[in-house]
Design a protein around this ligand. Structure first.
Ligand code: ZN
Length: 389
């Protein structure tokens, strides 16, 4: 069953904020203590402790540790489980030879806690939250309705702001409906995306802003003396900037994916995993994250709406002609690579088609994913489409 996340901002008063910070601190101590215990059990007895071993001890520990006893038992179990996950991931990595041993965590970096809804965390009649061990009720901004059936929630702290995420299981989509409208999407550097119908979405301002400002803040951080106050401030500035960019990106991806899903039932993207992550150019790495998020948001929104997102092999999408299938090499003889970069027009020597290159690539992508839609008169109605696998 697909799981949807619903995130809300919390507004604890100053007493509650201190209490929440204390709680995360206690959970961090618990995490580190469990890690210590695992290390010692292995050193002294060659034993590898499991989640069950440590969780069954938790009850006894709570009897003597007042601080732990004042917080939610199930939330503390989740802390133990989190360490167990870290170990499982570590053992998994050992096999590939890239093992990093789970580390002790700093309180300043221990930013979240997992809860069972209705156990350690309850939604009160007042529509505020009650969290075991935190005084009073915590205000929350319900910017959208939370569907019934949320069993798990994560409380998190980021740049001094508190949020809560609920995880809601949604029934399986019934599989894609017949094609209502299909579209191909090409992602690029000049336009963020281009559709097979000729629409282009310009690259948002924040992409460039994000990378230039990030570079500046990173440089400033690099100049600060280690352990100095200025370094801490520079670090906060960089963290706030990253968080802000991530928010802008998510907001943008949600809105654009919604537009695409309203426009098309069947949507084809390039499979970015095949392209490989761009490295080096910072703006490109910002864009890469944006595309990845856009595709995954479109994917689940389309599935919920009875549509489908297909990913195709991206190789050569910009060299192939959609009309006659002719493949034009990247550089024609005698053409300089600089001209190639500025050459935004697909100009096919085979059939003479002239079109914007990105839009044309989007058409190629569309027809790679839905080949039965190709050819004259192949509209949504004229389908002899195969049954979707
Ligand atoms: Zn052609």
């Amino acid at each position: 069953m697909p799981v949807l996340t619903y995130k809300y901002r919390l507004f604890p008063n100053s007493t509650q904020a201190v209490a929440l910070t204390d709680m995360l601190g206690s959970f961090c101590d618990l995490y580190n203590a469990c890690l210590q215990q695992r290390i010692e059990a292995y050193r002294r007895q060659g034993r590898t402790l499991s989640y069950i071993d440590q969780a069954s001890e938790l009850k006894a520990v709570r009897l003597i540790d007042e601080r732990l006893a004042s917080y939610s038992y199930s939330a503390e179990q989740q802390v133990v489980r989190r360490l167990d996950k870290a170990f499982r991931a570590f053992f998994g990595r050992v096999r590939t030879g890239k093992g990093g041993f789970p580390r002790f965590r700093a309180k300043s970096m221990f930013d979240s806690a997992d809860f069972r809804v209705g156990d350690g965390l309850t939604i009160r009649k007042s529509r505020k939250f009650g969290i075991v061990g935190i005084p009073g009720e915590i205000k929350v901004r319900w910017h959208r309705d939370l569907p019934a059936g949320a069993a798990a929630a994560v409380l998190s702290r980021s740049c001094g702001k508190w949020h809560i995420c609920f995880f809601v299981e949604t029934p399986d989509a019934h599989g894609p409906d017949p094609v209502r409208a299909a579209g191909g999407i090409d992602v690029g550097l000049t336009s963020l995306i281009a559709t097979s119908d000729g629409d282009a979405v310009p690259t948002p301002q924040w992409v460039r802003m994000a990378s230039t400002k990030q570079r500046r803040l990173q440089r400033a951080l690099g100049r600060c003396r280690r352990g100095s106050k200025g370094r801490l401030k520079a670090k906060m500035r960089l963290a706030r900037h990253s968080a802000r960019t991530a928010n802008q990106r998510r907001d943008f991806a949600h809105k654009l994916s919604r537009t695409l899903v309203n426009l098309y039932s069947h949507i084809a993207f390039e499979d970015l995993n095949i392209t490989g992550l761009a490295s080096g150019m910072l703006a490109k790495s910002v864009l890469n994250a944006a595309w990845g998020q856009l595709i995954s948001f479109t994917d689940y929104k389309a599935a919920n709406a009875g549509g489908l997102v297909a990913k195709v092999d991206p190789r050569g999408t910009s060299q192939e002609c959609d009309c006659c299938g002719m493949v034009t090499p990247k550089y024609r003889p005698g053409e300089s690579p600089i001209r190639e970069l500025n050459n935004r027009i697909q100009d096919c020597p085979g059939c003479g088609t002239v079109e914007d290159r990105d839009v044309h690539a989007a058409k190629v992508i569309k027809h790679r994913a839905f080949p039965w839609l190709k050819g004259p008169g192949a509209g949504p109605g004229a389908s002899s489409q195969p049954v979707a696998a």
